[in-house]
Design a protein around this ligand. Structure first.
Ligand code: GLP
Length: 239
């Protein structure tokens, strides 16, 4: 595991952007799994700027959108995929055939999750996954209780996560969601965990120093050698 502590959110985002840039230089047709939440938003802005100034191109990549609320269509205002689309995919002119996402309104959500998982394999695995950190230790929507070998699936959101997610929309979110599984996250060739701000300090400490346990799924990330944690000094204040 590599831990990079930066001065602030801006530098955290720049350090993450550097990792993406170096991947794209080696492999323009890389597979990228991307999360939402507020944490990666500045990183996404930087990627947009880099593409606009022609320093990188995301046009050959395949993007996996790793979470969605159950029952929510892609056009819904509070669709996580829609959020990723607005924050990165549209400004970077990513075409629909470059995107693999969890369709919240799929008729058969379990099959949809299985399909997502198969697609990861079909594309030869994930070159990189960008993750944020839930204050309750969730990764994606792998909530406390998640097994290390869990696959992409439908999950029930904890009250804490629903409350946290309320702030994004000023609206209640569904009780259930689809998430990339812990096993697919751990199998990624590179995992980048981002954490910013004092509110993440305790969770980051538990993730990196606490017991490796289902009760705090982020702790499983330590089992992956290819983990890079980028935290600003507020998030890393307990180290
Ligand atoms: C949300 C998302 C997670 C995200 C986390 C942190 O519930 N599903 O993927 O990483 O919570 O969010 P934020 O970055 O807004 O703090």
């Amino acid at each position: 595991m590599e831990l990079i502590i930066t001065e602030n959110y801006e530098e955290m985002s720049a350090a993450a952007a550097e990792i993406v840039v170096s991947l794209l230089k080696q492999k323009p047709a890389a597979t990228l799994a991307l999360t939402t939440g507020n944490t990666p938003l500045r990183l996404y802005e930087k990627l947009i700027e880099l593409q606009q100034s022609e320093q990188i191109s995301l046009r050959e990549t395949t993007i996996f959108s790793t979470e969605e609320y159950l029952g929510i269509s892609e056009d819904a205002y509070f669709s996580l995929y829609n959020w990723l689309k607005r924050s990165l995919l549209q400004p970077c002119d990513i075409k629909p055939d470059q995107i693999i996402r969890l369709k919240g309104d799929a008729l058969h959500p379990d099959k949809e999750c299985e399909y997502f998982s198969q697609q990861i394999e079909q594309y030869g695995g994930l070159d990189i996954i960008i993750e944020g950190l839930g204050t309750n230790g969730h990764i994606g929507f792998n909530e406390p209780g998640t097994k290390q070998n869990s696959r992409t699936r439908v999950v029930t959101l904890s009250e804490e996560t629903k409350e946290y997610n309320f702030q994004y929309w000023n609206h209640e979110v569904p009780d259930r969601a689809m998430t990339i599984g812990m096993s697919e996250i751990l199998a990624a060739k590179k995992i980048v965990l981002l954490a910013s701000g004092t509110k993440k300090a305790e969770a980051l400490y538990k993730a990196l120093k606490g017991p490796v346990t289902s009760e705090f799924p982020a702790s499983f990330l330590r089992l992956a050698e290819q983990l890079t944690v980028i935290a600003d000094k507020d998030a890393a204040q307990l180290f």
